[in-house]
Design a protein around this ligand. Structure first.
Ligand SMILES: Nc1ncnc2c1ncn2[C@@H]1O[C@H](COP(=O)(O)OP(=O)(O)O)[C@@H](O)[C@H]1O
Ligand SMILES: [Mg+2]
Length: 597
């Protein structure tokens, strides 16, 4: 059931609202994280216990003053009483400091752990997960949800523990003092428990909705701000403003609904508390008038009632917070429980340095389990040092083959071998570490040019970066930039031209110096002039390694050792350029289209 639900979520289906893991299970699991910091937790909570006892003490002093000091005119005792109260107050102050500080430490450290684990887990998940999740939703998990937990631990858990304990101590004392009166006070309790449960469930639903709406805002922002050019070029600013305002309104409505529930609940609980007060006042006065109870005792009772009213009032607030926390926990654990589709085996070995013998054996592949095969019974052998070119119409499956080689996905049938090792038997790091990919979309970060070229290679020197940039013909344009190699190139390299981005990607691949190189339409965004320069750079890049080259422009692959022509995921022709021209097949046709005589 759980696995199924996670799968659904991973596939991007609607979150299954019908399934609600119990609040206790969620908190039990969360407590595991808090327990990591048990030393501080124990110090923090012991102060809570002492504080509860101190709170019970003060009404006792009042009772003593009213019943003993005043009637007996013991003036001499008044300074002592005052001193005791001052001392207790000072102690309370000190302990409160320790309590708040310790519990905040526990809270902050727990949240730090959860957020790190979440990020670490996200990094381990496969491409398919990210294709089916919206970035904004994932961001909401790491920000919104984790923040909700933070508040829970740092402030509210402290209150919950403190209030519950004070409540228990007082109730036990009251039973001891006058059990009949205590039962009367507690009469309202079952009603309150029922109400709390009822509202709690409603609130959890409304917090779920609120969370979804928050994520929707994130998604909208993420998508529109990163595609601002599309919006501007389509002159659709107003359309997006409308769309945002609708999402924003839904968010407001979800917020209002939680406020509505909450504001109905709090007064009901207040009313129940007041009922308790009336009972004590009526019954207590009766007992005092019959001399069954002293005035001091009644005063103490009323003070205690006030004190347990505080917790019951807060219980309602706490329920609110717990339900909010439960929705956050639900989402955090859901993400943590998602298993990567492409996972390393427990006993995965480190792929030794490869020579570059790469084999596809009877490989079938589909992107979704139900979808139709994108790759059909593919058999391909690449000898070390060979350059193999993949050719075919767009959608034929060229990029998919590159994705399979990099193990971004696993085939549903057949296997892929690197120097005889099945890619599923080796660690992902050792596999991808020996592989360079330069693709259609050039992947750049908001960082300096230097950092982008040396990405993933800590300790690389400036000279090595410059040498690579020179070979990739990037050096010329880099030194023209205001800060040279230290120029920040904007999100996804927004401040560069397509050709410049591609040259940086080539320099990055040169730095990595991989045994196996994949070029996926690496020259597609170059103009003719820079293409000529890049061709030379690429020739250098292709030397002394095994390469898989995907190119739309056939001129770039005429020198390949083997050309593989694909159609709908199947190999239909293989051979060298001249062999394929000679048989006048599909390749010869594509070639004649691009180079009409
Ligand atoms: N992430 C994906 N999820 C689902 N289908 C995909 C995905 N990527 C590609 N496809 C589909 O797989 C087929 C092959 O795509 P691709 O390998 O990218 O083609 P090519 O690189 O030859 O143009 C296409 O029909 C495409 O729609
Ligand atoms: Mg492609």
């Amino acid at each position: 059931m759980q696995a199924n639900m996670i799968r659904k979520i991973a596939e991007g289906k609607d979150a299954p609202l019908e399934l609600k893991p119990s609040v206790f299970l969620l908190y039990g699991r969360f407590f595991g994280y808090i327990w990591q910091h048990r030393f501080k937790l124990i110090i923090g909570s012991s102060t809570i216990f002492v504080l509860s006892f101190l709170q019970v003490l003060i009404p006792q002093i009042t009772r003593y003053v009213i019943d003993n000091v005043i009637p007996n005119k013991r003036f001499d005792l008044i300074p002592w009483v005052a001193l005791t109260i001052v001392l207790i107050s000072l102690l309370q102050g000190g302990l409160n400091f320790v309590r708040t500080y310790m519990m905040s430490l526990v809270g902050q450290q727990t949240i730090y752990d959860v957020r790190n684990e979440l990020y670490q887990h996200l990094q381990s998940l496969s491409m398919s997960f990210f294709e089916n999740q919206r970035t904004g939703t994932l961001m909401a998990r790491l920000t919104q949800d984790v923040d909700a937990l933070e508040k829970l631990v740092t402030t509210d858990v402290v209150e919950i523990v403190a209030e519950t304990f004070t409540f228990l101590v007082i109730v036990i004392y009251l039973f001891y003092a006058d059990w009949k009166l205590t039962i009367l006070i507690l009469l309202t309790l079952p009603i309150m428990v029922y109400l709390t449960q009822f509202f709690g469930m409603q609130m959890r639903d409304s917090y779920r909705e609120l969370q979804l709406q928050g994520a929707a805002i994130n998604n909208h922002l993420q998508e529109t701000l990163s595609n601002i050019k599309l919006i501007k070029s389509s002159a659709n600013e107003e359309g997006e403003i409308d769309r945002f305002s609708q999402i924003n309104q839904k968010n407001m409505q979800a917020n209002l609904r939680t406020v509505q529930l909450w504001s109905a609940f709090a007064p009901i609980i207040d009313f129940m508390n007041n009922l308790g007060h009336i009972i004590i006042l009526a019954y207590g006065s009766w007992e005092v008038m019959q001399s069954k109870m002293s005035i001091g005792e009644l005063t103490a009772f009323l003070a205690y009632l006030n004190q347990i009213n505080q917790p019951t009032k807060r219980f309602s607030k706490i329920i609110n917070v717990l339900q909010k926390g439960a929705t956050a926990l639900e989402r955090v654990f859901e993400t943590l429980d998602t298993k990567p589709e492409v996972a390393e085996k427990e006993d995965a070995i480190i792929l030794p340095e490869i020579k570059g013998h790469i084999q596809f054996e009877n490989v079938d592949f589909a992107y979704n389990n139900s979808g139709k095969n994108v790759i059909n019974d593919l058999n391909l052998e690449i000898q070390p040092g060979m350059t193999v070119a993949l050719v075919g119409a767009s959608g034929a499956g060229k990029t998919t083959i590159a994705n399979l080689a990099a193990r971004f996905y696993d085939p549903i049938q057949g296997k892929i071998l690197f120097d005889g090792h099945d890619v599923r038997d080796v660690t992902l790091k050792s596999l991808r570490g020996q592989m360079g990919i330069v693709s259609q979309e050039t992947l750049l970060l908001h960082a300096s040019i230097k950092e982008n070229i040396g990405y993933g290679k800590p300790g690389i020197t400036d000279t090595e970066i410059e040498v690579a940039a020179k070979i990739a013909h990037a050096h010329e344009f880099i030194i023209e930039l205001p800060d040279g190699y230290d120029t920040i190139i904007g999100d996804r390299g927004m401040k560069l031209s397509g050709g410049q981005r591609q040259r940086l990607a080539i320099a990055r691949a040169l730095i990595k110096n991989p045994s196996f190189l994949i070029l996926d339409e690496a020259t597609s965004s170059l103009d003719t002039e820079s293409e000529y320069l890049i061709q030379q750079a690429l020739q250098k890049l292709l030397q002394n390694r095994t390469c898989l080259v995907i190119a739309h422009r056939l001129s770039t692959i005429q020198n390949a050792d083997m050309i593989v022509v694909l159609e709908q995921g199947k190999i239909i022709e293989t051979g060298t350029h001249s062999e394929l021209i000679a048989i006048s097949g599909r390749y010869a046709y594509l070639h004649s289209m691009q180079f009409p005589q």
